[in-house]
Design a protein. Structure first.
Length: 157
């Protein structure tokens, strides 16, 4: 019988990297699709109050946000609470035009279901909140939501 000789030592097989770009692009597309970009840059500090009886909103696409709190840049804007609509500070008199613009940006069938969500800092006085609510009433934006965090004020103290 003949003997077979191995020429050279034992070599390991090279791993094929042909599918590596496909995998990288799949991961890239996955993260591009699933990442949610922040729509509004906050210029006010919001430390939301705690509540025990909260409900999650069904359709967030119908929600318009009004932010009320102390400005982040206190040297430039002071320490008094400010109203932020979208990406700019506003006064109470700007609320009707904001609500009208939000209504016009929605389909006509969704306009009656629009909700105005107020994200208010827990240390803000109720005077400015009441002024905002009065302006919302004038433009018939009667569905108002207060954003809170789940928890109990008793446990926080």
């Amino acid at each position: 019988m003949g003997r077979f000789k191995k020429s050279g030592g034992s070599r390991s097989q090279a791993i094929s990297t042909a599918s590596l770009p496909d995998i990288i692009f799949m991961l890239l597309f996955f993260f591009m699709v699933t990442t949610v970009m922040r729509e509004t840059t906050l210029f006010v500090k919001i430390s939301m109050p705690l509540a025990t009886e909260i409900q999650k909103l069904e359709r967030k696409s119908l929600v318009s946000f009004v932010y009320i709190g102390t400005p982040v840049q206190t040297q430039m804007y002071g320490t008094e609470p400010k109203i932020q609509l979208n990406d700019a500070f506003a006064s109470v008199n700007d609320i009707p035009s904001f609500i009208e613009a939000e209504r016009l940006s929605r389909p006509e069938g969704d306009r009656p279901m629009m909700i105005t969500s107020m994200k208010v800092d827990r240390n803000t006085k109720m005077g400015i909140v009441t002024d905002v609510k009065q302006e919302l009433r004038k433009v018939n934006a009667l569905k108002i939501n207060y954003s809170t965090l789940k928890g109990s004020d008793i446990a926080a103290k």
